[in-house]
Design a protein. Sequence first.
Lengths: 468, 243, 246
Amino acid sequence: MSEGLLQTPFPERAGAALKDTFLQEALTIATTKFIDLRKESFAGFPAGEALRDRARAIKEATLQHLDVHLERLADNVERLGGTVHWAATGEEAREIVLRLARDRGVRMAVKSKSMATEEIDLNEALEHAGITPVETDLGEYIIQLAHEKPSHIIAPAIHKTKGQVAELFSRELGGRFEADPEVLTAVARRVLREKFLQADLGITGANFAVADTGTVVLVTNEGNGRMVTSLPRIHVALMGIEKVIPSMSDLVVFLAILARSATGQKLSSYTTLVRGPRRAGELEGPEEFHLILLDNGRARQIASTLREALYCLRCGACLNVCPVYRQIGGHAYGYTYPGPIGILLTAMLKGNESVRELAHASSLCGACKDVCPVRIDIPRMLVELREHLDREKIASWTERMVFRVFRRLLLSPAAFRFSARAGRWLQRPFVRAGRLRGLPLVFGNWTRTRDLPPVAARTFREQWKELR
Amino acid sequence: MAARAEFLERIRREVAKTPGLFGASPAPRPAAPAAAAEAIRRELAERWPEALERFRQEFERVAGVFHRAPDLDAVPEVIGSIARERGVRSLVTWDPAVLGFDAAPRLAALGCSVVAARAGAEDEASRLRHRADAAGAQLGVTGADFVLAETGTLILLSGTGRPRSTSLLPDVHVAVFGRDRLLESLEQVGVMLEDLHVDPDRTMSGAMITFITGPSRTADIELTLTRGVHGPKEVHAVFVEVP
Amino acid sequence: MAAPVRAALMITCLGDMFFPEVGVAMVRLLRGLGVEVQFPEGQTCCGMPLFNSGYHHDAALVAARTVRLFERAEHVVVPSGSCAWMVKTEYPGLLKHDPALRAAAESLARRTRELSQFLVEVLGVSRVDSPFEGKVTYHDSCHLLRGLGESASPRALLRGVPGVELVELPGADQCCGFGGSFSVRLPEVSSAILDRKLANVEATGARCLVACDAGCLMQMGGGLTRRGSAVKAVHLAEVLAGEVSR
C-alpha cells in the first residue's frame, strides 16, 4: 500500500472521499445494486440459511485441524506433479515467485485477480525484477493501467467512470475509444487475448483448495482464470492457508452460497478446479504447477480473538452494506483490504497499531454480520480490537482520561446527578431556540452539523418524585 | 524440508492452544461414493424430463441458448445452423470419438473448416498447431460430462481428445449432451466429484474440471453488464433426445 | 383478578438527561395499561459507551452495579434497543469471572425487555388508545433490529393506534450514523450517513419519525432540526401515550 497515502490521518482521507461527488454517486449505485442482487438471490433460496451455518461450521472445523489439512493438500499436490512452497511471510512469497520466474526465463506473467498477490505487493516486485505482470481481470487491468489500487474486493474499478476508462485506454493503448462499456470490454478482450497467448507464466490466487484431492479452485466470471491456468507453461497459485477445505463435499456447500453473496448469481460464470499440471494425454495446460501456501500473519490468529476472520471467503458482501464503506469507498481505508472485514484483516496482517484509527471506523450497526455468508461476528471483533488498543495503550492519553472520568460518573449516582446540574449550567451560552449549537471541543464535532438537545431542565429522576 | 516442517509446526502449536470457537464438523461424505453416484444416476434415469426442463429454464436465465436434436446424427445440422447464423467460418471440436459424432462433413459442406482434437498427438508441434487453430476458430464444440439443472451449468472434464480451449477461446461455445448427464443439485455434483476422485487416474485423463454457467461476463465498468470479456460471448447447449 | 404486572424502568443515561419526556410518557402509558411502575433510583447507565470503546473492565464494573440494582425487579423495561441489547447479550459475558454476578446477569437478561417487546410479549398489547393522529414513519435501530431481532412489534403497535398512518421508510434498516462515540470521532462520515437517512425520511411525507432508541433520536432529531425540517423525531412511547405536541 502506498505509504504516502497513510501519512494523512484517516478522518482526512475519509473527508476527501466524502467530497468526491463522482465517487459518492458510484458507491451508492454500485453498493445498492449489489445489496439488491444479494437480497433477491437469498430470498429465492430457502436452503441458504442452513447452508450458511454449514459453511461456517466447515471453516471452524477446518481450523481445528488446519495443519493436518494443509499437509494432506501438499502431499496430494506433490503426488500430482505439482510443487508446494511454504511462505511464512509476504517477502518469502515474493522471493519464491521471483526466483521461479528468473530461473524459468519468464518475461511476462498474466494474472487472474488475487487479493493475496495485492497483499504482498507482488506486481511491484516483479516489475523491479524486469518481469512484466499483466492484470487480466477487467477491473484490475483498468486500475493497473491507471497505477491505482483496487477500491472494492470484487469490483476493483468501481470508482472509475466509463469516460475515465475510455480516456485511460486511449492514452495507454493508443487509439480513440468511446465511453461505452461494450466497446471498452472488446478492446480489453483483444489486447489481453494476445497476452494470454504469449505469457510465460500464469499467476492466480485460490478461492479454495481441496485437501482430499489436491485441487485448487477458482471462482471467476470473465474467463481469465481459465486462460491463465491453461495457456502459459507455468501456473503459480498463491493461497492464504485459511483457504484449505477438507473435501469435495465441503466445496459444494461453499459454491452454493459464495456467488450469491458476492453478486447475486447462483454460480459465477466459471468455477475452475485445477489438479496439478497438465496430464500426459492433454494437448493444453501448464507443464509446471506451483502452489505457494502463505501465512503472513494468519497462523497467529488461530488462537486469538480474530480467529473468526479466517473464515472470510472474500465475497465483499460486508462492504456493500457497511454505512461507512458506502460513504467513503475502499481507498480511504488505506490498506489492501477495505470495509468491515478489511479492518480485521489489516489488524491480522499488520498488527493492532495499524488499525488504531480504523478500529473506530464503524458504527457497530451489525449489517456486515447479517450478510456474511459464514456469519463472521465482525462487530464483536471490532469491539475486542478496541479493547486491545486500550489495553496496549495505543489509544491516546486524552481519550483514556475522558473515559476514566466517564466511568467515575457512571459508578456514582451522586456524581451522575451532579454532572446533570453542571451540564445545565455550562450549556447556557450555547442554547439557541431550545437546541444546543456551536459547542466547543469534541462536542463541536457534533454541533457542526447537527443540533443537540440540551440537558433537560429537570431530568427524569428529578421528575420521578411527582410521578411516583 | 525445513520450510515445510517449521511452517506446519507453527500452525500445530497455534491449533493446540485452543479448542476452537464451537464444536464443528466438516460436511458429511458419502461412505461409498460409487454406490451413491450410482443411486443418483438411477434416480435421474426416472426424473430426467423434469431436470431437463429445469436446466433449460436456468440455462436461458444466464443467457444460454438451448437446442434439441433428435439423435446424434442430427447434431451436426444443428451446429451448422448456429454456424450459419453467426457467420462462423472455422470451428474446433473435441475428438469425434469423445463426442459420438463427427461435425466435419456437414460443416465442410457449408464451407466451414473444422479442426478436431485427436488423441495421441501431444507433441510440441501438435500443441502449437492446436493452439493456433483454437485461437483462430469462431466456434468450439464440446460434450458435457455433467449438466446441472439447479444453476444451468455445464461441467466439463479436460483430457485426451477434450482440450480446455475448445470451450474457452472461440466466441461461440456449443456443448452437446444426453439425458444421462443431467443432475439436479449441487449436492449431487458433490457426490459425483467424490466418486470421480476415488481413483482419479482412471476416471480423468486431464487435470482440469470446469463449471460453465453462461457466457463470459463482467460488470467492472460502472456495473454495466457486458458479455464475452475473455471467454465465449455465447453458450449453446444441444440436448440429444435419443442417446 | 390477577396481580398487577410490576415493571422497573431502566431510564438510560440519555433518557434521563436529554429525553425525560420519554420516561414520563412511558410511565403514563404503562400505568394506563395497569402496570405498577418502579424506578430503582441509583441507576445511571448500562455501560455500553464504555464497552463499545473497548473499556471492558470499566464496563464490567457498571454492569455489576446495574445487575444488583435491578435484582428484585420482576420485569425491567427499557426505552432503548441498544441498552436492552447490552443488558441481555453482553452483561453475562462481562461478568463471567464471578459466578454469582454472572448468574444474576443471566437472570436480569431474561427479565429485561425493550419497551415495544414488553408491551407485545408481556402485556399482549395490540391496540393503544392514543389520541395521536398523523402520518408516521419508523426507523429500525440497529441493536433492536439485529441485536434483538425485533422489527415487528414497534410497527404493530404503531398500526394499532387508530389515527396513525404508518408509511414504510425506504432503507429503514440502514444505520442512522450515531454509533455512540463514532458520531464525534468521525463526525463527517456520521453526518453523511445521517443525510442519506434523512433524505429517505423526508421523502415519505411523514410528519413524525418514530424510533425506539435515544441515540438514534438524538442523531436524527438533531439533523432534522438543523435543516429546519417539518418532520419531528419522536420516541414510540410518546406516540402511544399521545404526548407528542404539535
